[in-house]
Design a protein around this ligand. Structure first.
Ligand SMILES: NC(=O)c1ccc[n+]([C@@H]2O[C@H](COP(=O)([O-])OP(=O)(O)OC[C@H]3O[C@@H](n4cnc5c(N)ncnc54)[C@H](O)[C@@H]3O)[C@@H](O)[C@H]2O)c1
Length: 249
């Protein structure tokens, strides 16, 4: 299996896309650090992986908290090891017109969706580079970050920032043979998508050339490519898994 003896850390792994990624990487042989602020959901995801014959350990952490990320790093190193794969999938959204937004929403979106991956990458890359190890980093952004999305203005901004961060970090990390890539889901059938108003959900589905939502497993397949040696010469790239919703050059 392509990830045998590898440690993969996946955030947001209690639910939806992160959970499917954790399962996919465990199926590929990795021992998965299942990270989420939802401790019960993380434990449930670990159970499901173990029931399928895989290996996983749950870590509860609020990725909106800088100190909690450093603690998470120390806990993962102590219980497993420095990861060989890091997937930043945790994130949230609240759809409403920009003019109805409040400052608390903007702060939370930037803190969790953008600074969360930034801080987590910094926390782990410092000891990984010092130890002359490598890691494959995959950030889960969104097609909203490539082409914009009504009612998700600041969410889209955090995802656009995550895409630019991915490309810049890829340039800085190349000298260490560290790959940094980005997967952009389009509308995907998860609990997060269910929180969108029905009118918006229907409109998004209609806009997808394949005329259906993506599945979390389809996003996970894209992530798996970036997690294995198959993508050793690929870095700073953005892959949309969105049924053709965006076809950016
Ligand atoms: N579902 C979609 O249509 C869609 C489209 C594009 C991008 N995305 C992105 O994919 C990722 C996963 O989304 P999903 O649809 O699976 O959502 P989800 O709500 O099903 O899962 C998100 C997970 O992240 C966790 N999480 C959120 N904030 C956290 C925090 N501060 N600390 C720790 N864990 C936290 C949640 O507890 C949850 O388990 C997100 O980054 C999202 O922006 C989703």
């Amino acid at each position: 299996m392509p990830l045998t003896n590898k440690i993969a850390l996946v955030t947001g792994a209690a639910s939806g896309i992160g959970r499917a990624i954790a399962r996919n990487l465990a199926d590929a042989g990795a021992t998965v650090a299942v990270v989420d602020r939802n401790a019960e959901g993380a434990a449930d995801a670990v159970q499901a992986i173990e029931a399928a014959g895989g290996k996983a350990v749950a870590f509860a952490a609020d990725l909106g908290d800088a100190a909690a990320i450093l603690q998470l790093r120390d806990d993962v190193v102590e219980q497993l090891a420095l990861p060989d794969v890091i997937v930043n999938a945790a994130g949230f959204d609240r759809v409403e017109p920009f003019l109805n937004n409040d400052d608390a929403l903007w702060t939370a979106l930037v803190t969790v969706n953008y600074l969360g991956p930034v801080r987590l990458c910094h926390a782990f890359l410092t000891p990984i580079v010092a130890a002359e190890k490598t890691v494959k980093i995959i950030n889960i952004a969104s097609d909203a970050g490539r082409v914009g999305s009504m009612g998700e203005t600041v969410y889209a901004g955090t995802k656009g920032a995550l895409i630019a961060f991915t490309k810049s970090l890829a340039r800085e990390m190349a000298r260490y043979k560290i790959n940094v890539n980005c997967v952009c889901p389009g509308p995907t059938d998860t609990p997060l998508f269910d929180t969108l108003p029905e009118k918006i959900r229907a409109g998004l589905e209609k806009a997808i050339p394949f005329r259906r939502l993506g599945t979390p497993e389809e996003v996970a397949s894209g992530v798996r490519f970036f997690a294995t040696a198959d993508s050793d010469f690929v870095t700073g790239q953005v892959l949309s898994v969105s049924g053709g919703l965006t076809m950016a050059g």
